[in-house]
Write a protein that binds this ligand. Structure first.
Ligand code: UD1
Length: 341
């Protein structure tokens, strides 16, 4: 079955392509490469032996989306990753986020409808929960006000898809709410590439390798066990595999409703300082970090109840925190080696 992966040169997209190919799917990739590199497709080829067809199109351009489906009218499912993802950047430039994340989704959906597409998997985020009333969050935990424009684009994207699913019983939607994906493929052929990803783990590894002078821990006086924010870190290959499982689930007609939501987290809440310690342990080096101010847009603590994904999708979490940090570090070291050769 042919699946269109948008944002396939990105961090989670590239790892998901590997998992889809490993499970027998045929993949077409679209990615404008504004925040990614087509070089990751070479890594995918090394791992899987497959040269994935790639279109460097901007999904905000409706004509390009039409062109894509015209070239591949046999696309049966879409996994939509392509979006901007930085919480702090979205606070500074909200319109950029609303325009990019929502116009691309709407264009994709307009054309998907024209082609009577049946399966649509959406990259959502735990940020839709805001500062949740109770932890861990289940899929029924009420969504609070979005803490950032980024989070609001995810709440809106979910709502658009739920409305569409209501209007069309043949259209199957799965909303996957990622917690904090980290790590890299164990081959170190693919991983997070952005120079300014604005996320904790790449900033830890970039500091350790010497690309950054020091890491700032955002906030030391939160009401948590050590004063730093709590998040649910999950290995990117575990996240990737959940997409394959979600596709298989809807294709096998196992979904009870034509729109379903799943939390993709490990179920463990880890503080920023605990994650730094895990990194120091696996890399056997001290990280240069300072305690700084809180970052606007951050929620205090969030972690998942993942029972729905494990029981209904048969999703199994395979990687530990140590493996997350070890693979992230191996990827950073490999990129460093390549750039110094
Ligand atoms: C947020 C979203 C998440 C989304 C991700 C995409 C929430 C709760 N989560 O993740 O769903 O997938 O954006 O980018 O909104 N930190 C530092 N120093 C740094 C960088 C980060 O201390 O230099 C801290 C942050 O304050 C936070 C933790 O590390 O407590 C994780 O931050 P980050 O990796 O940016 O991800 P989130 O903002 O949690």
């Amino acid at each position: 079955m042919k699946i269109l992966v948008t944002g396939g040169c990105g961090y989670i997209g590239s790892h998901t392509i590997v998992d889809l190919i490993d499970n027998g799917f045929d993949v077409v990739c679209v990615d404008d490469n504004s925040r990614s590199t087509p070089a990751l497709l070479k890594g995918i080829k090394k791992i899987t032996g497959v040269a994935v067809p790639h279109y460097a199109y901007d999904l905000c351009d409706l004509a390009k989306v039409e062109e894509l489906f015209k070239a591949h009218p046999d696309i049966e499912g879409v996994i939509h990753f392509a979006a901007y993802k930085s919480v702090p950047e979205s606070v500074k430039a909200p319109l950029k986020y609303y325009h990019n994340n929502l116009s691309s989704l709407i264009n994709l959906l307009r054309v998907s409808k024209e082609y009577a597409l049946k399966y649509f998997i959406f990259s959502s985020s735990c940020s839709v929960y805001g500062n949740a009333e109770a932890l861990p969050v289940t899929e029924h935990t009420p969504l609070q006000e979005a803490e950032s424009p980024y989070a609001y684009t995810k709440q809106s994207g979910e709502r658009i898809l739920l409305d569409l699913a209501k209007s069309d019983p043949a259209f199957n939607v799965v909303l996957l709410r990622y917690f904090n994906p980290v790590g890299a493929h164990s081959s170190a052929e693919i991983g997070e590439v952005q120079e300014k990803p604005e996320n904790l783990v790449p900033y830890i590894t970039q500091t350790a390798i010497g690309k950054r002078d020091q890491l700032t821990v955002f906030g030391k006086d939160y009401e948590t066990r050590d004063g730093t924010c709590i998040r649910d870190y999950i290995h990117v290959m575990d996240i990737a595999n959940a997409h394959t499982k979600a596709l298989e689930y809807v294709i096998a007609n196992k979904n009870e409703e034509n729109a379903e939501v799943f939390n993709l987290g490990s179920g463990n809440g880890v503080t920023v300082l605990e994650l730094i310690q895990a990194f120091e342990k696996v890399s056997e080096q001290k990280l240069n970090y300072v305690m700084g101010d809180r970052r606007p847009g951050d929620v205090v603590a969030i972690y998942a109840n993942n029972e729905k994904a494990t029981s209904k999708l048969g999703w199994e979490i395979k990687y530990s925190i140590e493996e997350m940090m070890r693979t992230a570090w191996e990827w950073e070291c490999k990129m460093h080696q390549k750039s110094s050769n």
